[in-house]
Write a protein that binds this ligand. Structure first.
Ligand code: NAD
Ligand code: WQD
Length: 339
């Protein structure tokens, strides 16, 4: 297994994974429609690895475009990152989310099987658990009911892949449920580059630290948690990237269909994250307490022991490291990939 096709490979998690793949000696073919990424990422990848990726600006819903890629490149496995990812936006644009995420995945799978490529690693999310029934969350924890359209698309994509693998055991599918990815490449050359005002905590904090936003709004301090603010399992994007390499080995071992949580197993509150980030950047992060955000849960963190047991994967970076790396990226690239 040498040649890997990465959909959404110029995005936040995809770009870090492409670097990890190239460093590990794989050949990377990237398909991305640039809806939430920048071509500059290709230069950064080249600078970091000294290697060139084959890039196709193709939408995964575009069957003819995908046919062209698969005709030209004989890929052994697809790592499927491409998708829309804002929980909030999905509530206002459900059709766009179902079309892009579910529709795109259906087209991709169909083209893959046409060309005999039946190995996939899929980017799922802890969002599928909704309000978790237990903490820490194991893979057996039932999926949540009151989910937003984004989480529904992830759950549906998982189900589609499970059913396809069941019907055709030639498929190998690894579903990776990421918890809260943060951090950036240690070089400060790759990182998260959200368009507009960030929805997620860490990019919001980094933009406050750089002076682009005046203060952090903390959504609720009346949760049933030690300091009243929400608790999440933040995971370094480099650890996630490494998780995909481990998943590739599992695919090579003909694993059938498997699901793994990728988290650290430790939760931190919003206030704790603010304090770690202040330590990382050496500045005060001003904040105000605001009402709870609709749909938020009090606490969410993984039991990552299955990934340790079967993938031999474990997160290596601590929370201070994650904050330091996120800050290095933001400080070096105040406008993200835009010059
Ligand atoms: P991202 O937006 O940075 O990357 C997604 C990439 O896919 C972008 O480069 C975008 O241009 C591309 N893309 C989107 N729709 C496409 C389409 N139809 N055809 C081709 N390319 C398309 O997001 P990310 O944070 O890197 O997330 C990657 C994946 O991981 C997503 O599927 C996301 O839902 C999932 N995920 C992300 C998080 C998170 O917090 N970042 C957590 C859990 C799961
Ligand atoms: C973290 C904590 C907020 C912003 C979702 C998905 C997850 C992944 C990431 C995709 C919460 C608080 C946030 C702010 C705040 N994505 N917060 N002020 O909602 O836990 O996770 O996005 O799959 O799977 O479920 O992430 O970073 O938005 O929030 O106080 O400006 O920070 O209330 O407690 P979330 P987040």
């Amino acid at each position: 297994m040498k040649k890997i096709l990465i959909t959404g490979g110029l995005g936040y998690i995809g770009s870090h994974t492409v670097v990890a793949l190239l460093d590990a000696g794989y050949q990377a073919i990237v398909v991305d429609n640039l809806s939430n990424s920048d071509k500059e990422v290709l230069n950064r990848i080249k600078e970091l690895t000294g290697k060139q990726v084959s890039f196709y600006q193709v939408d995964i819903r575009d069957r003819a475009g995908l046919n062209h890629v698969f005709r030209k490149e004989t890929c052994d496995c697809v790592i499927h990152f491409a998708g829309l990812k804002s929980l909030e936006e999905s509530i206002y644009k459900p059709w766009e989310y179902y079309d892009n995420n579910v529709g795109g995945t259906l087209t991709l799978i169909d083209v893959m099987r046409e060309y005999g490529c039946k190995n996939m690693i899929f980017s799922s999310s802890a969002a599928v658990y909704g309000t978790p029934e237990q903490l820490p969350i194991t893979e057996e924890c039932p999926k949540g009911e009151r989910m937003n359209p984004y989480a529904q698309t992830k759950s549906m994509q998982e189900q589609i892949l499970m059913d396809i693998q069941k019907a055709d055991p030639d498929w190998n599918v690894v579903l990776l449920r990421y918890f809260n990815p943060i951090g950036a490449h240690k070089s400060g050359l790759l990182g998260e580059d959200p368009q507009g005002i960030p929805n997620n905590l860490l990019p919001y904090i980094t933009q406050v630290a750089i002076g682009k936003l005046p203060y952090l709004k903390i959504f609720g301090n009346d949760y049933d948690t030690p300091d009243g603010t929400g608790i999440r399992d933040y995971i370094h994007v480099l650890d996630l990237a490494n998780g995909h390499l481990k998943a590739l080995s599992r695919i090579q071992a003909n694993c059938g269909c498997e699901v793994f949580n990728l988290g650290t197993g430790t939760g931190y509150s919003v206030l704790e994250m603010v304090h770690y980030f202040e330590q990382a950047c050496g500045k005060k992060i001003p904040y105000q307490i605001e009402p709870r955000r609709l749909g938020d849960v009090a606490a969410c963190f993984a039991d990552p022991s299955k990934a340790k047991r079967l993938l031999g994967w474990e997160a290596q970076n601590g929370v201070l490291e994650m904050c330091k790396d996120a800050w290095r990226w933001q400080n070096k690239n105040p406008n993200g990939y835009k010059k």
